[in-house]
Write a new protein. Structure first.
Length: 306
């Protein structure tokens, strides 16, 4: 990721066959930042930059600086976005346009949700539907300032432009229903806790330990449904990623949010709970912070499903 290698695997399904979605102009946006030196070679981050998580001033979308994406007047643009950056968060907003979120990491939402902005942490994906409902012209896709940790100054920048091109004949709305997602049942077991901390000697720990591939940190039984709680004791956000099994995030009402996720942001000095079902895979898997440097400095654990 830090050196530029990132792409998308597009998995198509039922949602792509819905006429209202299929009629939209589909765009793919891979967001990455770089820190090139004057000669164009990528600079190695300092110790401090690695602690915080490296960020570069060159923000790119599909390897280009501020590209354009088109939408028809009165039509829809479908923006399928991946945060493939090593550390930066993108707080997405389209100038003068709200948008509908139709999908996240693991697929479509049950129904479109209208939003003014959306926070995309490293590793996260989102699908947005934006309508060409304003006066024809060019509107910025922005990343608004977001404070992901004490030492990093939040800034605003322009990722791309949404440009009106052509006109959509007729009027069509988004489907009211996109997918059916059952909430995972409440588990019988106790909540498993993962404390995220900054360790000694330039390290980041989970439950007091840095990563070791030859050690099993967490054992779960095949068929179990578990609640995991990430307890962030640090001054920085950590986007936690679990391999293999997608999960549902537990909302503030204590109920699982009906959306399949595999990355969840755990804000600084807070806790976030997720619910996972271990249904078919047995073997070793991983969970880790998706900030590349934190993961590299130990914030990763192994999971054995038996
Ligand atoms: Cu982290």
């Amino acid at each position: 990721m830090a050196r530029g290698l990132a792409g998308l695997l597009i998995v198509r399904g039922e949602i792509d066959r819905m006429p209202e979605i299929a009629l939209a102009r589909e765009h793919h946006l891979v967001l990455q930042d770089f820190d090139p030196a004057a000669n164009g070679v990528l600079r190695e981050p300092s110790v401090m930059e690695r602690m915080v998580g490296r960020e570069g001033p060159l923000i790119t979308v599909n390897g280009r600086v501020r590209p354009q994406f088109s939408v028809a007047k009165d039509g829809w643009a479908r923006l399928r976005i991946l945060n493939a950056s090593a550390s930066p968060y993108y707080r997405l907003r389209i100038e003068e346009h709200s948008f509908f979120v139709i999908g996240v990491d693991g697929g479509p939402l049950p129904a479109p949700v209208e939003m003014e902005e959306w926070l995309l942490a490293p590793g996260e994906r989102v699908e947005l539907m934006a309508r060409g409902a304003r006066a024809p012209g060019s509107y910025r896709l922005l990343s608004l300032p977001y404070r992901r940790g004490a030492p990093i100054a939040p800034t605003q920048f322009t990722l791309a432009d949404l440009v009106y091109e052509g006109e959509m004949e007729g009027d069509y709305e988004l489907p009211g229903r996109l997918a059916s997602i059952d909430p995972l049942p409440a588990p019988f077991s106790r909540v498993r806790s993962f404390t995220l901390a900054q360790g000694m000697m330039m390290s980041f720990t989970i439950n007091g330990r840095t990563f070791r591939a030859d050690r099993v940190d967490t054992e779960v039984a095949l068929g179990a449904v578990e609640d995991w709680e990430f307890v962030n004791t640090t001054a920085m956000d950590h986007p936690m990623h679990v391999h293999t099994n997608a999960f549902q995030v537990i909302g503030s009402d204590g109920e699982p949010v009906r959306a399949w996720k595999d990355v969840v942001n755990v804000p600084a000095q807070s806790r976030t709970r997720i619910r996972i079902a271990f249904r078919d895979y047995t073997g070793i898997s991983l969970y880790h912070c998706h900030i590349l440097d934190h993961e590299g400095m130990g914030m990763m654990g192994t999971l054995a499903i038996r």
